[in-house]
Design a binder for this molecule. Structure first.
Ligand code: HEC
Length: 202
C-alpha cells in the first residue's frame, strides 16, 4: 500500500511531491502503528500469543506429568525427547510458530537467535530485579513478522530433570540423549527460559 501511494504522488511533479511526502510520512507512521510497521505490536496479536502460549504450556505439562506418573522420570525424559518437538509442531499452525528457548539449553535445536538471546538476558535481569515471571513477556513487530516471548519459571517437578542433583538413572538417560546438555543446575524459582512465538502474516 505505501508503495502505491509513493508512485501516485511522484507523477504529480516536484513541488507537490515535497509537500505530499511530509503528509505521506505522517500517513505511513500512522499506518505503521495499526499495521505494525513501526515496531509497535497489535494488542490483539499479543492476546492471541498469550492464548497460544497457555495452550502449548498445558499440553506440554500434561504430557510430562502423565509420563512421570506412569513410568517415572527416565521414561518421561524419552517422552519429552520425542513428544516436545511434536507438540510444538502441532501448535505451529495458521501462521504461528511456537517453541521454547533458554540461555542454558538441553536440545541444541532450541538455541536462541539474536533477538531471543537479547530478550532472555533482559528477562534474567528483570528477574534479578524482583519482577514476577508470571507476567514477564516481550514482543516486537518486525515487518510482517510478529514475535513474542514469555518467561518460564522453574517449578517443583522441573528440578527432577533440570536441578542441581539428579538421580543416577536420570543423569544416565540425559547423557545418552543430550551429550551437550547445559540445562541442569536450576533451583525452584529460577528463570528456566522462555516460550518463543512468531506469527507471520501472508
Ligand atoms: C522428565 C524430565 C523432565 C522434567 C521433569 C522437565 N523437563 Fe524440561 N526438558 C526435558 C527434556 C528431555 C528436554 C529436551 C526436549 C527436547 O528435546 O526438545 C527439556 C527441555 C526443556 C526446555 C526447552 C529448552 C531446552 O533446554 O532445550 C525448557 C524451557 C524446559 N525443558 C523447561 C522445563 C520446566 C519449566 C519444567 C517443569 C515444569 C521441566 N522442563 C521439567 C526433560 C524434563
Amino acid at each position: 500500500m505505501p508503495l502505491k501511494a509513493t508512485q501516485a504522488f511522484t507523477v504529480k511533479g516536484n513541488t507537490m511531491k515535497k509537500e505530499f511526502s511530509v503528509t505521506l510520512l505522517a500517513a505511513l507512521l500512522l499506518a505503521g502503528t495499526s499495521a505494525g510497521y513501526a515496531g509497535a505490536p497489535d494488542p490483539e496479536r499479543i492476546q492471541e500469543a498469550r492464548q497460544q502460549t497457555r495452550a502449548f504450556a498445558e499440553d506440554l505439562k500434561s504430557t510430562l506429568m502423565k509420563g512421570m506418573k506412569a513410568e517415572g522420570p527416565k521414561a518421561a525424559i524419552r517422552l519429552c525427547n520425542e513428544e516436545a518437538p511434536v507438540i510444538a509442531m502441532s501448535h505451529s499452525t495458521d501462521g504461528w510458530d511456537i517453541g521454547r528457548t533458554s540461555l542454558k539449553i538441553r536440545n541444541p535445536e532450541n538455541a536462541p537467535d539474536a533477538w531471543e538471546k537479547q530478550v532472555l538476558l533482559d528477562f534474567a535481569s528483570r528477574h534479578q530485579a524482583g519482577e514476577s515471571m508470571d507476567t514477564m513477556e516481550a514482543s516486537i513487530q518486525d515487518g510482517d513478522t510478529f514475535r513474542y516471548m514469555k518467561a518460564i519459571p522453574v517449578g517443583g517437578p522441573c528440578v527432577i530433570c533440570h536441578g542441581e542433583t539428579l538421580a543416577e538413572p536420570v543423569q544416565e538417560e540425559l547423557a545418552r540423549l543430550y551429550p551437550d546438555d547445559k540445562a541442569t543446575g536450576f533451583r525452584q524459582g529460577d528463570l528456566r527460559g522462555a516460550f518463543t512465538l512468531t506469527y507471520t502474516s501472508d
